[in-house]
Design a protein around this ligand. Structure first.
Ligand code: PGA
Length: 243
């Protein structure tokens, strides 16, 4: 794993944006794997700024998001569909037909299976953006999930529901389940960029780099991926010896 430590979260966003923009310029029909949450917001702003200033086009780009909550409508203000539309897709020239998020309404098992197939049929993900949970999860793959897992329905841990409750009126409103790409699906990406900012991630970051590769810390599996880059701010890198 390559590790880049930046002075601030703004620098993390700029650094990550360079990788995405370079790829989109080099391969205009690339497949991007996208994440939600607080961490990638700065990256998406950088992409929007670059689109407005330099006209980098996403016309031929396809995207696959990591996950979607079960039990809230895609039009709900906290759905990941809404997040992606308002924080990125509505502000660049990507085609709506080329954006993919798990469909968390209807036959969930069938939808999850179909999503995994869709990623494969598209040719696999060129560049996957990831965040990390304070418990070391990637996407909604919580501690203990099988490294061989593919897209499926997942029950969210209480700690994750608590972390995400800042986006909802109350903890009760936070969904209990999600459809999430699995660890094996994520490991299939050619290149992975994991972004982490803030002290709350320092422990998980240290363990994923310096600890055992173990299902109790899902992100540790990335030690086995041959092209993963971690982009951290100083707070998230605080517990690393190599800082
Ligand atoms: P965050 O979430 O970006 O909101 O901290 C990251 C994650 O849980 O994967």
């Amino acid at each position: 794993m390559k590790i880049i430590v930046c002075k601030s979260k703004e620098e993390v966003a700029k650094e990550a944006a360079k990788f995405v923009i370079d790829l989109v310029k080099e391969k205009n029909d690339c497949i991007l794997g996208l994440a939600t949450g607080s961490t990638p917001l700065g990256l998406y702003n950088e992409l929007i700024n670059d689109y407005n200033e330099n006209g980098t086009s996403y016309k031929n780009v396809t995207t696959f998001n990591l996950d979607e909550y079960v039990g809230i409508d895609p039009s709900h203000e906290q759905s990941y569909h809404t997040y992606m539309q308002s924080n990125l897709f509505d502000k660049i020239d990507i085609k709506q037909d080329n954006v993919n998020l798990p469909n968390a309404v209807g036959d969930l098992e069938a939808n999850a299976k179909e999503y995994e197939t869709r990623i494969k049929e598209a040719g696999g993900i060129d560049l996957q953006i990831l965040g990390i949970g304070s418990n070391g999860h990637i996407a909604f793959n919580e501690p203990g999930e099988d490294f061989e897992s593919v897209t499926r329905v997942i029950e969210l841990m209480e700690s994750t529901r608590n972390d995400n409750s800042i986006f909802f009126e109350s903890l009760d409103e936070v969904p209990t389940h999600a459809i999430s790409m699995g660890i094996k699906s994520i490991m299939g990406a050619s290149k992975i960029l994991l972004l982490a900012t803030g002290e709350g991630k320092a422990d998980a970051i240290n363990k994923m780099i310096n600890g055992e590769v173990d299902e109790s810390l899902p992100a540790s599996v990335l030690q086995r991926h041959n092209d993963t880059i971690l982009i951290l701010d100083e707070d998230a890198a605080r517990k690393l010896d190599c800082k």
